[in-house]
Design a protein around this ligand. Structure first.
Ligand SMILES: Nc1ncnc2c1ncn2[C@@H]1O[C@H](COP(=O)(O)OP(=O)(O)OP(=O)(O)O)[C@@H](O)[C@H]1O
Ligand SMILES: [Mg+2]
Length: 244
């Protein structure tokens, strides 16, 4: 589905990615983990076209999409829910959802998509006419994900969907991501909450200062405690063994 090869990206003089290669196959839920500043958001921004990579190949279903414009990449089927949600707070829930659907704006299809979204996110039906800014943090996150789904993405990319949510809402978001995967949606998930992510993902990539440090299954990562130590630093070995 998505194949990234030798991706390099920078912000002026600051190099953020140095030769990252990763793959997301059809139907997979893949996590991209790493500490603050590792380059996770930069990777998602490069894939979605918001940031132009300086080198490397990004292929969606064997078509090269590196250096294409964000709206072109969105239309080709990659939808990013950025860090911090970025819903339109002044617009209603309905208007937010309709904006997400602009690639498939046909009345009957729009209605069907809405019904599907309401099944996944009942709260959005209740709040349909309310301004997005009046929703709680967790509801706004649901709206952001729902909006991304309205474009029927081939690949959904989520940048830290659990950030800033209360423990109950974090549970809900992880359940939701898991259920999206069960519905066959292909997902690339960036998360700070590594432990929770490892519970639901098929495979993991671990970024460290712009380079890949590990790739494999959650089980393989857990068995490599040396890498886990670098990444999860802080807890004692005994605690780590329990928590991992
Ligand atoms: N707009 C920007 N201008 C300059 N440097 C940036 C910019 N955005 C990110 N960086 C730098 O690029 C590197 C990677 O940042 P990135 O946002 O990709 O990290 P991240 O893994 O998403 O971190 P976090 O977990 O904090 O979101 C960091 O060193 C960061 O300071
Ligand atoms: Mg980030």
């Amino acid at each position: 589905m998505l194949k990234v090869i030798d991706l390099h990206a920078s912000y002026g003089a600051i190099t953020a990615l140095r030769g990252v290669s990763l793959e997301v196959r059809q139907g997979e839920l893949v996590a991209l983990l790493g500490v603050n500043g590792a380059g996770k958001s930069t990777a998602l921004k490069s894939i979605s076209g918001v940031l132009r990579p300086i080198q490397g190949s990004i292929r969606l279903l064997d078509e090269e999409i590196a250096n294409k414009k964000p709206e072109v990449i969105l239309r080709k089927g990659i939808s990013l829910v950025p860090e911090g949600r970025e819903i339109f707070t002044g617009l209603t829930v309905e208007e937010n959802l309709r904006l997400g659907a602009y690639t498939s704006y046909e009345r009957t299809r729009y209605q069907n998509d809405l019904e599907e979204v309401f099944t996944l996110f009942p709260i959005l039906k209740e709040r349909f006419r309310q301004a997005g800014g009046l929703l709680s943090g967790g509801e706004q996150q649901q709206l952001a994900i729902a909006r991304a789904l309205m474009s029927h993405p081939k690949l959904l990319m989520l940048d830290e969907p659990s950030l800033g949510l209360s423990p109950t809402l974090v549970d809900q978001i992880f359940e939701l991501i898991h259920s999206l995967r069960e519905r066959g949606i292909t997902i690339l998930l960036v998360e700070q909450n590594a432990e929770r992510a490892l519970e639901i993902v098929d495979r993991v990539y671990l970024l460290k200062t712009g380079s890949l440090e590990f790739s494999g299954t959650p089980e393989e990562l857990k068995s490599k405690l040396d890498i886990a130590t670098v990444y999860f630093g802080g807890a004692s070995d005994a605690e780590r063994e329990v928590s991992l």
